[in-house]
Design a protein around this ligand. Sequence first.
Ligand code: HEM
Length: 477
Amino acid sequence: MACCVKAVKTCVQPMRSKLLQMVPQMCYVTAATTDEFRDAKPFTSIPGPVCFPLIGSLYTVPQLIKEKNANDAKAVETLHRYDGKYPRRIIIQSWQDWRDESPYARGIFIEDGSAWKRMRVLLDKQILRPQIVSGFAEQFGQVTVDFIQRLRKLRDENKNTVNNLDLELFYWSLESIGTVLYETRFGGLSEDRDPEIESFIEAVHNLFLSTNYVFYLPRKLNHLFLSKWQKMHDNAWFVIFREGRKRIDKKCMEIEKELSEGREVSGLLSKLIASGNMSQNELYSNISELMAAAVDTTSNTMQWVIYELSRRSDIQSTLRDEVLSVVSRGTAPNAEQVQKMPYLKAFIKEVLRLYPVASVETRVTNEDMVLCGYHVPKDIRVIAATYLLGRNPEYYPDPLEVKPERWIRNTGNKKVHSFAWLPFGYGTRMCIGQYKGFNMLLQEFTIKAVDDKVNSPVTRALLIPERPVFVQFVDRC
Ligand code: HEM
């Protein structure tokens, strides 16, 4: 199919075709103009890989980012225009299976329909609102101060390099999300790490690693042929929920105590509980999901940020000048101050364009639509290749060049198509945790490359660097 939207035909497709024949023609008119549908080529004529029984064409997903498909932001736009009230992603079957067999409810990552909407609205109110994110600036700042201190401790005195930067960034991410979810710190950046926190970090890592293997086959077959990975996967979820639940229970007890002593309570959990619209079980699931979702996504993005900074001293000094023109050294900017840092925002956009941790975005169509000239019926799985879109010269001249100027108005650059940059997804189902905070690193260090070797992205469920980023952190006087 000559566009970045790839329809995944599965074994259930023949059944769907039969069902479609029963759908009255009028339904099509609501999705696009009648002309568009009349001229569209049939779904079955989409060129693509061979579909096998049971697995359909899912085996092609790992190769997706290597394919030389052209990209089409217009098709992605169409796909999202029909997201409807309850957008659906392609489910990660192994995640859903574990949850459904466990005593825990589905959270927003896995749930669909009206149950998803109810929980999502509640979480949006508490997490996505700018004034709420802004309220955490001080806490995020403190986490980064501790992270900087830790880098100094771990740093090789002569070479200024830090081993296992990827692992340290996992802890930095976890500490940051801990301040939002529980208004607490886990001690992940201290000398003596709590072994339970270490087991949580390992579990999140193992979850993504094992998902890479157990994604394709049904649970029973995985137990048979890939039992090592299936065990790792199930154990990872078990530990994630064990740790999440423990912290939620502790926080709930603290809230109860405060209330019983007549004191006011604030914070995400107390607000969710007070809403009366989320069961205890849903609370366990949503909070554990958020805790897990925050770690690898943010830390891998930070690795790319550090990698690109180390290779571009010019960008680094422009960024540093901008940051220090708004806040004094050692201060974390609040949301209002970040608004005064257009180059910083543009640089992060560039990094996410080139290295979107979620290299593809998925939807299951909620109605019929025409994509790239093909009629795509309802209930079809569609994959939009975020990674390819971000590297398409049609939208980004010199796509492999990091050029923050692309995103800055009045620099003569053509406005980028809104659907050619989707690292956080789109619409009501888009990512709920878009916070970032690395500017303080710039205030303290000059980040330098140790060599000119290129570090390429590879997919391990998420898009991650082939090798952990290894750079010098040189103190600024
Ligand atoms: C650089 C960091 C991150 C990136 C690039 C990222 C990317 C994404 C993407 C592409 C989606 C799918 C959106 C869609 O289907 O339209 C998503 C969903 C989600 N993300 Fe993130 N994410 C990041 C950080 C986080 C963090 C820190 C959290 C937790 C606080 C988080 C929690 C979630 C959740 C819960 C969903 C599911 C939302 C839903 O289905 O309603 N993410 N993320």
